[in-house]
Design a binder for this molecule. Structure first.
Ligand code: FES
Length: 168
């Protein structure tokens, strides 16, 4: 193999150099634009923020329906989502906040319907749950009502996201 075969002409050298430098500069300009365009998609969609919902003094052993709003971000779209919780004090004084979303097909359950006293009843397919949200066997829901993340601060109940129990 002669050295002649490995020689690079001045024109080839300039082509390689300009292509390399040009590509590097183009990447440097495009990266921030691409990052800006996809950035909302890389963000966590849940705020995870706790929202003030009810004063502890208002709570009794009867579930009360409370509505509250949480800020959500979906891509570039920011919005407020209205949520509902049934909040009450258990026998031992602990506070419980349940999601009213039926675990069967997602309808909203009601507490203490005249025909179903002291239960949550789902009007869609007759799902029923106990006061603490446990699904009653023989009715359609496959799992208990979800429980909200909760904290109590300065006499106020704050709620976050609702989750299935026991990692179910
Ligand atoms: S959606 Fe509640 S029982 Fe079907």
């Amino acid at each position: 193999m002669s050295n002649k075969e490995h020689d690079v002409t001045r024109r080839q050298f300039l082509n390689y150099t300009l292509t390399g430098v040009g590509g590097f500069m183009a990447a440097g300009m495009l990266m921030p634009m691409v990052r800006f365009a996809v950035d909302p998609l890389l963000q966590n969609k849940k705020t995870g923020k706790m929202v003030s919902v009810v004063s502890v003094d208002e709570l009794t052993d009867q579930p009360q329906r409370k509505t509250f709003k949480v800020k959500k971000v979906d891509g570039w779209h920011e919005f407020e989502e209205q949520k509902i919780a049934y909040v009450f004090k258990k026998k031992n004084g602990d506070i419980m906040a349940l999601s009213p979303i039926c675990t069967h097909l997602g309808c909203t359950v009601n507490w203490n319907d005249p025909a179903y006293p002291n239960e949550y009843h789902c009007p869609c397919h007759g799902g029923r749950y106990t006061k603490t949200g446990i699904n009653i066997p023989g009715t359609p829901p496959p799992a208990p009502l979800h429980v909200y993340d909760m904290k109590v601060k300065d006499g106020t109940v704050y709620l976050g996201d609702a989750h299935p129990r026991g990692g179910a």
